[in-house]
Design a protein around this ligand. Structure first.
Ligand code: IMP
Length: 453
């Protein structure tokens, strides 16, 4: 399996980081191909917890190239913070490679993200407010600043000036709004002086970013070529998706989506490889479902079971700390994700969270407001917003399964639950997570030997 894509099969936070970390063992390069620091991966290694927002999970493997691809939007502040944090913990980051074509999240993108959300009010998307949408918008408008621009002060200044100019009005409005809020919050007149926001000063921004460029320069590389070289000599490259299928800009629950394409097809564009370089697509789904932010979520639970999932599953966002909305596994959505991504295998994470919850339910069809039975994920927003899920009930299990290491160790009910999912989705389950630790997994069938591919 020389080219293997790992994607989220639901609304994100499925545990892709852990799966990537396990599969990275036999890979030569690990590449992130979209998203930015809206993502959050937690990996537990020898009892130590690592949280990443931007750096690919593969960074813990010093002997492998760890790549931030051209499709990623990169906040240099955040990236340098993560690099410093890792160095402090003794992790070597010499293997980090950054695409010169990746776009930068600039301070004005972060401000505009918040301003946009505030302006939308009740219609807001619930973004992570990390500047993701405005940065991708500038990329499409051809007003983006790219990593390579950090290496030439003159070009950088010219590009920042051009990008800033059309945003002045929106940013001025934001300044007025903020001052009003501070005034309402009781801050004195000195604190609300009309001083311009230093983060938006062209000179300061340029200087600061030139210094970021100096620090990042050793990592900047021709990353598509790096992937080609690894693939052409028979090596294995993992393409690590962030967010997930149902947050895809084109195929997710628009407009309650992120601003990039987290599906497998986007790995080619976001890393610079060909469709024929992709051999396998592994989807990652939780044994139940969660979602952060606004938008349709047919199987959402607003009851004790939902609370159980939230608490037992520690369902709080890695990036924003927000409580995740929790619900039953939605097999209509999962089957859609399997087909859309061309998944060759599925990983089910957090199966242990379901223990003791009683009868398990999985959505197997939707009913529309008009009473129509739907067995496919609806493409029309208004229909999706109005559907009610219909469930299949499966026997639950009470045993603590966190110590299980083979499928045979699992209670029959847990195995039957997995079989039902796999059969309905039409794809084999190859890996099951039964706890946060790296070793708390069950391989179904042989553990893949990537080196032997
Ligand atoms: P944005 O990506 O910050 O623009 O946010 C758009 C939507 O995607 C919001 O609903 C976020 O909560 C959601 N989102 C973005 N990144 C993640 C993630 O890594 N996990 C789960 N949801 C995410």
């Amino acid at each position: 399996m020389p080219g293997l894509v790992i994607v989220g099969a639901q609304w994100g936070d499925e545990g892709k980081g852990k799966v990537t970390d396990l599969l990275a063992e036999g890979a030569d390069a690990i590449v992130r191909f979209q998203g930015g620091n809206n993502a959050g991966h937690t990996i537990v290694r020898d009892g130590e917890e690592f949280k990443f927002h931007l750096i690919p999970s593969g960074i813990l493997h010093a002997d492998k190239a760890c790549v931030i691809g051209n499709g990623v939007v990169l906040d240099p502040h955040v990236l340098l913070g993560e690099i410093d944090g890792l160095k402090r913990r003794g992790v070597d980051v010499g293997n980090l490679r950054i695409s010169s074509n990746a776009h930068l999240i600039m301070p004005y993108h972060v401000l505009l993200d918040t301003a946009g959300e505030v302006k939308l009010g009740k219609l807001s998307i619930g973004t992570t407010r990390r500047g993701i949408g405005p940065c991708y918008a500038d990329k499409a408008l051809r007003l983006g600043i790219r990593v390579q621009d950090l290496l030439d002060e003159k070009i950088l200044r010219t590009k920042i000036r051009a990008a800033l100019e059309p945003k002045q009005q929106a940013l001025r409005e934001l300044g007025v709004q903020r001052r009003k809020l501070r005034r309402e919050g009781g801050e004195g007149p000195d604190a609300i002086a009309d001083a311009p926001d230093p983060r938006l000063d062209l000179h300061t921004m340029t200087e600061e970013h030139v210094s970021f460029g100096h620090r990042l320069e050793p990592h900047i590389a021709d990353t598509p070529r790096l992937c080609w070289e690894a693939l052409d000599k028979g090596g294995t490259v993992l393409f690590e998706g962030a967010q997930a299928t149902l947050l895809d800009l084109d195929h997710g629950t628009y407009p309650f989506v992120t601003s990039s394409n987290p599906i497998a097809g986007a790995a080619c564009v976001g890393a610079g490889v060909a469709p024929t370089d992709i051999d396998e697509v592994w989807g990652v789904a939780k044994a139940y479902a969660t979602r952060v932010g606004a938008g349709p979520f047919p199987t959402e639970l607003d009851d004790d079971t939902g609370r159980h999932l939230l608490e037992r599953g520690h369902e709080f966002g890695t990036t924003t700390g927000r409580e995740r909305r929790c619900g039953w596994m939605d097999l209509i959505a999962l089957r859609y994700a399997v087909r859309l991504n061309g998944m060759t295998a599925l990983t089910i994470t957090k199966l242990d969270v379901l223990s003791g919850i009683g009868t398990l339910r999985v959505a197997v069809r939707y009913r529309s407001r008009e009473g129509a039975v739907l067995d496919r994920f609806p493409y029309h927003q208004s229909i999706l917003h109005g559907v009610e899920p219909e469930y299949e009930e499966l026997p639950g299990f009470d045993a603590d399964i966190s110590g299980c290491r083979t499928a045979a160790d699992l209670p029959n009910e847990a195995r039957a639950y997995l079989d039902f999912i796999s059969e309905f989705a039409g794809v084999p389950i190859r890996l099951v997570g039964v706890g946060p630790g790296r070793d708390q997994v069950i391989w179904i069938g042989d553990e893949p030997d990537l080196r032997a591919a």
